[in-house]
Write a protein that binds this ligand. Structure first.
Ligand SMILES: Nc1ncnc2c1ncn2[C@@H]1O[C@H](COP(=O)(O)OP(=O)(O)OP(=O)(O)O)[C@@H](O)[C@H]1O
Ligand SMILES: [Mg+2]
Length: 345
């Protein structure tokens, strides 16, 4: 359990939950952003359980295409396919009486999800190319950074499998929600990466620690660990302070563009009105309709970009990722108003 460093409230709650679910053998789904420590949670669960003296078996479901993943998970019989010269055990069999960690479960193909569901329901499966039932007793822990509920809604993930896996959900919080753990984490990473300092005594400056508190950590603990590794290599905080200051500034700039945008849809209504009028005269061509609809949407987006750049057309073109010339042409073509300028004659 002391694998997981931190005594912030979310981490204390996380450790409590881990203790509660250990040895229940209920399937567990671990969610959380990239780099938050999902794998560490799986390792803690396994280590604390009665299965902990056997090796944890890990499978990365995103690393292999469907068919290869099937034989990786379930093994195959001799002659199952070209190259299958002898029987091979899969990860489920290797995890007998231990724990199997299905990482990146959100990337598993729909077809394979059905076979996995069967194992979770009946604790039996057959090897690829085999008919014999293989019984397995493995604790199944899956992890993903996907929003699986959304994937279920979009038909990308089987609902029945989702409920089977999600008997217990453990959400690992992002680092920005537990910044008070940063000093402890820094000490920990400085200790384990001491070798990189090659015997020098390295200190973390007050300024760098303040920046660590200010930064939002999109890459979570892994990003913090990488910073510390570089601190140990460079031996001084100054270059990292410089880098972090720029990152913080960039993320503040980006924020002003993530403000909600409520588009004025009246332009689209006008297109629909025109379309209806066209219909009275005969059927409108699809090309004509697409052109009008695209034009209405482009004009709305261009107007918003100009608003957010205070009418600066160069910056707006950058934002829209089109050339300055193309933007000028579109502004004229659509008759878009530029903030701070009189409307075109
Ligand atoms: N609370 C923690 N205490 C100590 N080390 C941590 C903690 N959380 C994460 N780490 C370390 O941070 C690194 C990233 O963690 P981990 O690989 O478990 O993240 P992850 O959520 O599985 O990431 P990804 O989604 O990218 O696979 C690892 O080196 C891990 O040991
Ligand atoms: Mg991981």
């Amino acid at each position: 359990m002391n694998l997981i460093i931190g005594n912030s409230e979310p981490v204390v709650r996380l450790k409590e939950l881990i203790k509660q679910v250990v040895n229940t053998d209920l399937n567990i789904l671990i969610t959380g952003e990239s780099g938050v420590g999902k794998e560490l949670v799986v390792r803690s669960l396994h280590a604390l359980s009665d299965r902990g003296d056997r090796p944890l078996v890990k499978v990365n479901c995103a690393a292999l295409p469907g068919e290869l993943l099937e034989s990786e998970l379930f093994g195959y019989e001799k002659g199952a396919f070209t190259g299958a010269t002898m029987q091979k055990k899969g990860k489920f069999e290797l995890a007998q009486n231990s724990t199997i960690f299905l990482d990146e479960i959100g990337d598993m193909s729909f077809a394979l999800q059905a076979k996995l569901l069967q194992v979770l329901q009946d604790s039996v499966f057959s090897r690829v190319g085999g008919v014999e039932d293989v019984e397995v007793d493995a604790w199944v822990i899956a992890a993903t950074h996907h929003d699986l509920e959304l994937d279920v809604q979009n038909g990308k993930f089987r609902e029945d499998l989702y409920y089977r896996l999600n008997m217990i959900k453990i959400m690992v919080p992002p680092l920005r929600d537990r910044k008070e753990d940063i000093p402890l984490l820094c000490d920990h990473f400085m200790r384990i990466h001491k070798g990189l300092a090659k015997g020098r005594e390295i200190t973390l400056s007050r300024e760098l620690m303040d920046l660590f508190q200010e930064y939002n950590w999109p890459g979570n603990i892994r990003e913090l660990e990488n910073f510390i590794k570089r601190l140990m290599v460079f031996g001084e905080s100054a270059p990292l302070c410089k880098e972090l200051t720029i990152k913080i500034k960039n993320s503040q700039n980006a924020k002003s563009f993530t403000e909600p945008w409520v588009p004025d849809k009246s332009a689209l209504d006008t297109v629909m009105e025109e379309c209806r009028a066209d219909l009275k005269r005969g059927f409108p061509s699809l090309k004509e309709i697409s052109k009008k609809a695209t034009g209405a949407i482009e004009a709305m987006v261009i107007e918003e970009a100009l608003k957010r750049t205070d009418g600066n057309r160069k910056q707006a073109a950058d934002l829209l990722q089109i050339s300055y010339k193309a933007l000028l042409y579109k502004i004229k073509d659509y008759g878009v108003m530029i903030p701070g300028q009189l409307p075109p004659e």
